[in-house]
Design a protein around this ligand. Structure first.
Ligand code: PLP
Length: 408
């Protein structure tokens, strides 16, 4: 048995599984938009590890920042006590680019954990208990984050969850009247990812922000998936100029390392400092290596203006996909914002078959958690144009193969 076969045996026998049929790709290394298997075969990662590698995998500047920090120190103290270079400077840099006057960053380790922190802050700051979320929403899998999730299939096995969550239809302005004076916070994705890459009408987020202001509920914008240039703006809230009370970040925030954050105004985040002090703490939140990696990734993203590139390249990629895939057939919709793209197929079976056929052709893509007919594409924002062009051809072949009956 060679090394890679031993990994596979250990994976199958000892790693806790999340699905009956894991993808099972053996990863040797990853670089830029490519993931390599031990045979040297490369796969174009149109998922970016699901919205993480916005600057590509193992970007040299991220690697250098990580190596430098590795030589200095790892974890030294629980979050929020010692002054550490990358943690402090990354907070300042994020405050400089965050929407509006959001100026304080609470670092945690993941998206779900950032959602938990935001929900707790909303309860503590308002003294209210009710939350509002939206059908189709995905905010993570911890108890609080799951409680505001928008798909009952995933909630039901774990109930009772947090009570007092009102779920409203995503994208509809009229039902927002249900956001009233009892509501602590409303959590929303500017574009729903796992819900099937759903883009709300342009008046939805501004109307929601106005309603929150009117009744004193906090607006919690979950940009875990949409942040860091993905939709063609640094943050998707930039499309509608909505400034949330709390901005939730993760995924690309850490440049490939685990990192999450909730970001707000000082007056709001200070509510976690008193009554009691240490009302919310974390050991590893804002890990020095993750913050070093995240800073390098954000610097690269800004320097290369990858948000603008995602806006331009995304529209082009979407058009090409629409033309090529429609010519094959079986596609109901190709939609997206920037390089956050959804391909809606006739059936879940076809989405599965196309995913497999594309993998055989060296392209990694996947369906969304709540909409198994919708394939999601979130390529690195700096993927070369000619690579995306080639991907379109491979995907059209994959779709054609998926539509061919077995044995035909
Ligand atoms: N929020 C959104 C919008 C997400 O897409 C995700 C993960 O996919 C999360 C929160 C949870 O993040 P994590 O998996 O880091 O806990």
């Amino acid at each position: 048995m060679n090394d890679f076969e031993r990994w596979g045996t250990a994976f199958r026998d000892h790693l806790a599984a999340t699905s009956p049929e894991p993808i099972g790709l053996v990863v040797d290394r990853a670089e830029g938009p490519w993931v390599y298997d031990p045979d040297g075969r490369r796969y174009l990662d149109l998922l970016s590890g699901i919205g993480v590698a916005n600057l590509g995998h193992t970007h040299p500047e991220v690697v250098a920042a990580v190596e430098a920090q590795n030589r200095r120190h790892h974890h030294v103290m629980v979050y929020g006590e010692y002054i550490q270079e990358h943690q402090s400077l990354y907070a300042a840099e994020l405050a400089a680019v965050a929407p509006g006057d959001l100026d304080r960053v609470y670092f945690v380790n993941s998206g779900a954990e950032a959602v938990e922190g935001a929900l707790k802050t909303a309860r503590k700051a308002t003294g209210r208990t009710t939350f509002v979320s939206f059908t189709g929403a995905y905010h993570g899998d911890t108890f609080g984050a799951l409680s505001v999730g928008g798909n009952e299939i995933y909630r039901t096995p774990f109930e009772p969850l947090l009570g007092e969550v009102r779920r409203l239809p995503y994208g509809d302005v009229e039902p927002l009247a249900a956001v009233d004076e009892t509501v602590a916070g409303v959590i929303v994705e500017p574009v729903q990812g796992e819900g099937g890459v759903r883009i709300p009408p342009p008046d939805f987020l501004p109307a929601l922000a106005a309603r929150c202001r009117e009744v004193g509920a906090l607006l919690i914008l979950d940009e875990v998936m949409t942040g860091f240039g993905r939709t063609g703006r640094l943050f998707a809230s930039g499309h509608s100029r909505v400034v949330p009370d709390l901005l939730v970040l993760a995924k690309a925030l850490g440049g490939g390392y685990p990192l999450g954050a909730f970001v707000g105004r000082s007056a709001l985040l200070d509510t976690l400092v008193h009554d009691p002090p240490l009302a919310h703490v974390t050991t590893f939140g804002g890990h020095p290596v993750s913050c070093a990696a995240g800073r390098a990734a954000l610097a690269g993203l800004l320097r290369e203006d990858l948000a603008a590139r995602a806006a331009r390249g995304g529209a082009d990629f979407r058009d090409r996909l629409e033309t090529a895939l429609s010519a094959v057939g079986g596609v109901e919709d190709v939609r997206g914002l920037g390089l956050f793209i959804g391909i809606e197929l006739e059936s879940a079976a076809m989405a599965g078959a196309m995913t497999r056929a594309c993998r055989e052709r060296g392209i990694l893509l996947g369906w969304t958690l709540h909409q198994d007919r919708v394939l999601r594409l979130t390529p690195p924002l700096n993927t070369p144009e000619e690579v995306l062009e080639e991907a379109v051809a491979r995907m059209a072949e994959g779709l054609a193969a998926a539509r061919t009956p077995p044995g035909a």
